[in-house]
Design a protein around this ligand. Sequence first.
Ligand SMILES: [Fe+2]
Length: 294
Amino acid sequence: MTNYPIDMSVKPEVEAFFDPSTNTISYVVKDPNSSSCAVIDSVMDIDYAAGRISYDHADRMIAHILKHELMLEWIIETHVHADHLSAAPYIQGKLGGKIAIGDKILVVQDVFGKIFNEGTEFQRDGSQFDALLKDGDTYRIGGMTAVAIYTPGHTPACMVHVMGNAAFVGDTLFMPDGGSARADFPGGDAATLYDSIQKVLSLPDEMRLFMCHDYGPNGRDIQWETTVGAEKAHNIHVGAGKTKDEFVRFRTERDATLSMPRLIIPSLQVNMRAGEMPTDKDGRPMLKVPVNGL
Ligand SMILES: [Fe+2]
């Protein structure tokens, strides 16, 4: 694999924020040697039936950052989420920081720009984000170096972010007993996902891995942290030497049985705009539903 600058001696402080309505885990990651921090995969609350948004989850993260007098430098999206809405612009408005995502967002914007029949006012150049990261790009959180690793498969724009001995895997992997995320969204691909997972599993065994989702399989409590070593040994979809063919066959069959995530329609429209609501011709926030479009 590409030689990414990994430094296991740097041990960031990680605070997790679980959102029970979407089973998403958001993180505040603090540089151990300064007050600088990053937010990863924030959540905006939505009552979709009522068309109402609110910010309880984001406010909990903001309160944590203020209480500990942290300086927010980055607001990271591991990918364009299909199951929850990002609160990145809301958090940025309160605390500053730069919103970043993988540069393959252009592919996602092109695909979903067509599906939602967006007009020319919807820019497909990623300009809604403050930074577009390429494979191996590094950025600083205080004295700590973070590196973005390209991990497509679940979506074309997925990236894993490594900060010291902690990696934030987005939807590349689930906990060992949860396996992996689906690969059947437009632009997704099971074989590509397998290759991306191998990239994550080639990180040091002791690397802490933080999930973006957990659904508490088999009735266990929600968990979000594991290690590369534990995933290699026990992941039910890719662990213990499962082959690419086995994985692709299993993943493809499983994905064919899954219904669309409850919030995919609003999530895509908001998240491909870096968390901003689309607006109608009069500038009012407004969402669309493409009938039989997904
Ligand atoms: Fe996802």
